[in-house]
Design a protein around this ligand. Structure first.
Ligand SMILES: [Zn+2]
Length: 405
């Protein structure tokens, strides 16, 4: 497998949540290894319809601009869509919210979020904060994670969308390498890369009429649980997203204008960290340019072949020893394909069902689950392991509805 990890640099930062190589390759950092990052800027390209809704979009003129000087481009946003089902499931949070005194005693430094709300009701803000409280105790960062949360009209059937505000590329020996979303770049760098800018841009659909704003994990049929949607969207903003796309052959070209061609939106040179762990069902890296060249049918086919997996040590461990299947439907779904777990494999009630592309009514998921936390650990987050409540619990609502935390 052809995967690469920066081996040296001019700035050294401590990656606290790295993983050790599982298969003898050198593609991943050793746990607690000091990995060099000189972070220059880069960019996830906003060629998506969703991204077009972001206010910071400055067009596509800078696509594939060589990175010879610091620059910033807007990040892409990934959607969560309505699934018109009644699930009656609840994945319980497995973190207990610590008191400030307890927090002070932990070697693990819970992440701090600073959320700027636009258009939220007071009750919606409460649900948002509940989701923030879950994430804050599962990942660590010395840098406050700034979230721009906007309650605004989105497309029909879309619950929310989110992504990083911008992304940064680490530079090794002067050569730009792997791209990191804002919040993770901050955590790895140990200081704020964006000088106080937002790290995460998240939007929630103000024209959707069936929100459930409670935080008890008990949305009834016909209601969609906002807290679950916030947890999901923050997951994208924190780094659950990759960079490939597939050209539909119409309108503005996503790749080279040829229908079915797959490509990397940041070009062949710049993988997003998430991309370094994805592979097909034979274990061949999606980034393997020999098998899946940029702007090729081969890349397009594998991205729409229903057999894309995330193969990182921690994610695989969290998935019972197998690489975790990503959402790769037969037709590319911009803003949905690849940057989600598979909807069928991680069905409602599955402990790791948070990061699937669809959410049913009466479906509450208040924990990222072991697969997503594993993915986060693999891409470089320091993930909490010691502050979980008494084991992981999930199941149908009827099993425990009397004791919803
Ligand atoms: Zn999503």
């Amino acid at each position: 497998m052809k995967r690469h990890w920066p081996s040296s640099s001019s700035i050294r930062v401590n990656i606290r949540g790295g993983t050790s190589p599982r298969t003898g390759g050198d593609r991943r950092p050793a746990r607690n290894a000091v990995v060099a990052l000189a972070i220059g800027l880069l960019a996830m390209l906003a060629t998506l319809p969703v991204a077009a809704q972001t206010r910071t979009l400055d067009g596509t003129a800078e696509r594939r601009t060589p990175i010879h000087e610091p620059q910033r481009l807007p990040g892409q946003k990934i959607e969560l869509r309505v699934k018109d089902t009644v699930e009656n499931t609840f994945v319980r949070p497995r973190v207990r919210i610590l008191t400030p005194a307890e927090r002070a005693t932990k070697a693990f430094t819970p992440a701090t979020f600073d959320v700027t709300y636009t258009g939220f009701s007071a009750q919606a803000e409460v649900a948002f904060q509940a989701a923030v409280d879950v994430w804050s105790q599962l990942i660590s960062s010395p840098v406050t994670i700034r979230v721009n949360a906007v309650w605004e009209p989105l497309g029909s059937g879309i619950l929310g969308s989110a992504g990083s505000h911008s992304s940064w590329v680490n530079v090794t020996n002067g050569v730009p390498g792997v791209v990191y979303p804002d919040a993770l770049a901050d955590a790895l760098n140990g200081s704020d890369m964006g000088s106080g800018d937002f790290d995460i841009e998240a939007s929630f659909n103000s024209t959707f009429g069936d929100w459930y704003l409670g935080t008890d994990g008990a949305p009834p049929g016909g209601r969609w649980d906002l807290m679950s949607v916030v947890l999901h969207e923050l997951g994208h903003g924190l780094g659950f997203l990759g960079s490939p796309t597939v050209d539909d052959g119409a309108d503005a070209p996503e790749c080279d204008g040829v229908a079915g061609h797959g490509c990397w939106q940041l070009g062949a040179t710049f993988p997003v960290i998430f991309d370094l762990f994805t592979e097909d069902n034979l274990g061949i890296a999606i980034r393997d340019s020999g098998t899946f060249p940029n702007n090729s049918i081969a890349l397009g086919n594998v991205l729409t072949g229903m057999d894309v997996f995330f193969d990182g040590d921690a994610a695989t461990a969290g998935n019972g020893g197998s690489p975790a299947e990503l959402y790769a439907p037969g037709t590319w779904e911009q803003g949905s394909s690849y940057s989600h777990l598979d909807e069928t494999v991680f069905a409602a009630g599955n402990p790791s069902s948070l990061m699937t592309p669809l959410l049913g009514s009466a479906e509450a998921i208040h924990d990222p689950g072991p697969v997503t936390l594993g993915i986060f650990e693999d891409v470089g987050w320091e993930v909490a392991g010691e502050i979980f409540a008494d084991g992981f619990e999930s199941g149908t609502t009827s099993m425990w509805s009397a004791s919803v935390p």
